[in-house]
Design a protein around this ligand. Structure first.
Ligand code: SF4
Length: 68
């Protein structure tokens, strides 16, 4: 699993950071998302999916490592 974020689309709501702070952080200057870890363990999958679904501007996507 690899996480991708679109910083141009991000509005800095911080929802993903609240959901998974080990993976998502925010830029100190513009507040937009920054990935702290773009390849979290499979154990984080449910939280990653929640972050994808709750981002208000659909700026987060996930690439499956198997290409599926
Ligand atoms: S939830 Fe979406 S808009 Fe909010 S900080 Fe994360 S990536 Fe940006």
């Amino acid at each position: 699993m690899r996480i991708l974020v679109d910083r141009e689309r991000c509005i800095g709501s911080g929802t993903c950071v609240l959901t998974l702070p080990d993976v998502f952080t925010q830029d100190d200057e513009d507040g937009r998302v920054v990935l702290a870890n773009d390849a979290p363990d499979a154990a984080a999958l449910a939280s990653v999916k929640q972050a994808v679904l709750t981002c208000p501007v659909s700026a987060i996507s996930v690439e499956d490592g198997d290409g599926r």
